[in-house]
Design a protein around this ligand. Structure first.
Ligand code: ASP
Length: 352
């Protein structure tokens, strides 16, 4: 089925079908991955204070491979957050199924603030993509700590991939849809979502090479084993600047300062290929309010760290504002994004 090319219509669909999304979320919730603690919606954590928290090492779980965009953002903020909390934060990569394996594991972890999930836009697309197979409900099985960053994506090709511009890319992929090899980081990854938008805009069906993160996918793109992918600027800025991959377009309405020569998809006539990635931190539902608050405060502090700000800027990413680095700001974004993407995924035919 063809996706509607208008973002306005997309927004309207999101609103009209919000009820559908809620019903879907309810259907997919409480599965094998439910923490059992029970989410308590917008009201915050599971009560109680943070007495003594943290008194040992905290683990941040990354749902994709080491060296990829989610990993990069996580490792960048883990240092200053650990300093703010007075404890070391270790980063663990739990790969698989487009980030849903890690989310399922964290949903079932002890609700004590020592296991924290870093995830991205995939938290909002997984319910539509996995349906009843999803072992957790993003809204019910987690407490939100806060949003972290906003990151544009870029459509890039291997250096020996024939097209040089977005126009040539569209033509080439349309003409060679059965032989080109795009990469993504699994069903539910941002690169998968962007791939769905590309497929629909071009009216083609592509066969993606799936990876457990776009870190290793980038290695293969650089080696020419795959032809193209759509990935966050936190992974693509350096190879684009080094001239080792071909940039075709940026997927956000505005150009990215650090990649100012790269046009947007909208400028190139494809406003429907538009997606901005956001990251957020989660703990299992039932985590005490005081623990959630301690993590939120540490996040807010880390986002004012000059090294974090400068590094993200160099990678085309932006730390969120303080009011977004909160449980409420995060929960609202997650709900809005579920409402936005669910009908789009259903229309694309990729839904469960
Ligand atoms: N950028 C990846 C994605 O496609 C995930 C990652 O490796 O961070 O969602």
């Amino acid at each position: 089925m063809t996706l509607d090319r208008s973002l306005d219509r997309r927004a309207r669909l999101g609103t009209v079908l919000a009820v559908t999304a809620l019903v879907l979320a309810a259907c997919t919730g409480g599965g094998a991955g439910s923490s059992g603690a029970g989410g308590d919606g917008a009201d915050g954590g599971g009560g109680g204070d943070a007495a003594g928290y943290p008194d040992r090492e905290i683990t941040f779980v990354v749902p994709f491979s080491e060296g990829g965009p989610t990993d990069t953002v996580t490792r960048l903020i883990a240092g200053p957050m650990g300093e703010a909390l007075g404890q070391q934060i270790v980063v663990q990569n739990v790969e698989g199924a487009g980030g849903t394996v890690a989310a399922g594991q964290v949903a079932q972890a002890e609700a004590d603030g020592y296991t924290v999930l870093m995830h991205h836009i995939g938290m909002s697309t997984a319910p539509a993509l996995y349906g009843e197979d999803l072992a957790y409900d993003p809204l019910e099985d987690f407490e939100m700590i806060g949003l972290v960053t906003e990151v544009p994506m870029t459509i890039i090709g291997a250096s020996d991939f024939e097209p040089n511009t977005m126009e040539e890319f569209v033509q080439y992929v349309t003409d060679n849809a059965d032989t080109v090899t795009p990469a993504h980081a699994g069903v539910g990854a941002a690169s998968h979502l962007c791939g769905l938008l590309i497929q629909d805009a071009l009216g083609v069906e592509l066969t993606f090479a799936p990876y457990e993160g776009t870190g290793p996918a980038m290695d293969d793109l650089l080696g020419g084993q795959v032809d193209f992918m759509c990935d966050q600027t936190t992974n693509t800025t350096s190879p684009i600047q080094a001239g080792s991959v071909k940039p075709y377009a940026v997927t956000t309405p505005e150009r990215v300062e650090s990649l100012s020569d790269v046009p947007t998809t909208e400028e190139e006539g494809y406003p429907e290929i538009q997606v901005g990635v956001w990251h957020g931190l989660y703990v299992p539902a039932g985590t005490p309010d005081g623990v959630v608050q301690a993590l939120t405060e540490a996040l807010q502090q880390a986002l004012t760290d000059q090294n974090v700000i400068d590094t993200l800027a160099g990678l085309g990413a932006t730390p969120v504002s303080e009011d977004q680095a909160t449980p409420d700001g995060h929960r609202q974004r997650l709900q809005e994004q579920i409402d936005l993407w669910t009908p789009i995924i259903e229309e694309s035919g990729a839904g469960a």
